[in-house]
Design a protein around this ligand. Structure first.
Ligand SMILES: Cc1cc2nc3c(=O)[nH]c(=O)nc-3n(C[C@H](O)[C@H](O)[C@H](O)COP(=O)(O)OP(=O)(O)OC[C@H]3O[C@@H](n4cnc5c(N)ncnc54)[C@H](O)[C@@H]3O)c2cc1C
Length: 347
């Protein structure tokens, strides 16, 4: 069996490598000059347990299960966050602390309550409660190297798939015949289950900060829930964190991925400064000494593909249409869900 996969991010690489492990002949096409060059290499790098998703049981359950599978299957591609805290603010959370706590407990996610006065650098008066939970940081550089090695001989970089034509007994991908085609471009190719109207494309801006030398380590990962709030989370360099804001990270909403790429290309220093001002102003009421703790490093740009709807559903889905599969990626830890569905259909 010959299978073509488009997209060299987490989903394309994991699916291609799983197919290869089952003896399938795979060609992976990536339009850029290296693997993990888009969302997979530019995100918050959080291996989620589901604590972000009080309003979507499906996303919570997929994350909880994917978290454990990921840690078991790829033990060298993530590392534990030493101190990982979720805080529920008094006035700005959509749900109260007891409701949040009950949802997470009933979802089988292992959490413990944390006394607010034990958490440094926050204004305790602004919070109703806090929980500590084990989560991990995805090690993107190690992942890129891992898949480059695993997929040696399979990857075609600088090759954007432009034409996919289905026939009864094969599919032509840029004129070459395969038995099946898998679109793992996170929505860049139309007609693969990401039809216009079902998803939208959101260019994003996160900010990198470096922990100042004088600050005691480990500095906690801090995430405010639930609603239009913010988080600081470590990266593969334990002294570098990303700041993400539900309000200020999105840079628009587009029906076509090409328009989202154009939006990213138009970003300049002025916009970064403006966003930095807004994001730091959002954090400061909760963490007054943010600027004494962190020094600004620079922006990180990417594109999210999101299903339309209000439930905050970030679950993963796979659509099969004849000999073509379309993957709607969820979080990184949902790669197993997508791969199980594809292997189940093909093997
Ligand atoms: C700001 C941000 C923060 C996030 N934070 C987290 C987080 O903390 N934890 C988490 O689990 N998830 C997070 N995510 C989601 C996570 O990044 C995605 O789930 C994951 O990267 C999706 O992987 P993918 O392989 O589907 O997509 P991508 O990584 O986008 O890969 C798609 C690939 O397809 C390629 N491509 C596009 N068009 C073509 C073509 N025509 N031919 C060939 N190749 C093509 C692209 O170049 C790209 O490399 C975040 C995302 C963003 C944007």
């Amino acid at each position: 069996m010959r299978v073509a996969v488009a997209g060299g991010g987490w989903y394309g690489c994991h699916i291609a490598s799983s197919l290869k492990a089952h003896g399938v002949s795979v060609d992976l096409f990536e339009k850029n000059d290296c693997l993990f060059s888009e969302a997979s290499g530019n995100n918050q790098f959080r291996l989620h347990q589901g604590l972000h998703y009080a309003r979507s049981a499906q996303t919570r359950h997929q994350s909880r299960d994917g978290y454990h599978r990921f840690a078991e299957r790829y033990p060298k591609l993530s590392t534990p966050v030493e101190d990982n805290i979720y805080l529920v603010p008094k006035e700005t959370s959509l749900i109260d602390f007891d409701t949040y706590f009950s949802i997470m407990l009933s979802s089988g996610i292992s959490i413990e309550k944390v006394p607010l006065n034990s958490i440094e650098h926050i204004d305790v008066e602004r919070f109703e409660g806090a929980v500590r939970c084990q989560e991990r940081v995805v090690l993107t550089s190690a992942a890129r190297a891992h898949f480059a090695k695993r997929l040696n001989g399979t990857v075609n970089l600088n090759h954007a798939v432009t034409e996919v034509r289905q026939h009864s007994d094969h599919v032509l991908v840029d004129g070459v015949a395969y038995d099946y085609f898998i679109d793992a471009t996170w929505g860049a190719l139309p007609g693969m289950g990401n039809e216009m109207g079902r998803v939208y494309f959101e260019p994003t801006l996160l900010l990198y900060y470096r922990l100042r030398d004088a600050i005691a380590r480990p500095f906690p990962a801090i995430t405010l829930v639930d609603g239009d709030l913010w988080s600081v989370y470590p990266t593969e360099d334990a002294d570098v964190f990303t700041l993400s804001s539900v309000t200020h990270t999105p840079l628009g909403r587009y029906d076509h991925k090409a328009d989202a790429y154009d939006r990213l290309a138009a970003i300049d220093g002025r916009l970064v400064d403006e966003k930095r001002g807004l994001m730091e102003a959002e954090v400061r009421p909760y963490m007054p000494d943010f600027s004494e703790v962190f020094a600004f490093v620079g922006p990180q740009l990417a594109i999210k593909t999101k299903p339309k709807g209000l439930s905050e559903n970030r679950a993963c889905g796979v659509v099969m249409n004849g000999r073509c599969f379309g993957v709607q990626s969820g979080k990184i830890d949902n790669i197993f869900y997508a791969t199980d569905r594809i292997l189940g259909a093909l093997l």
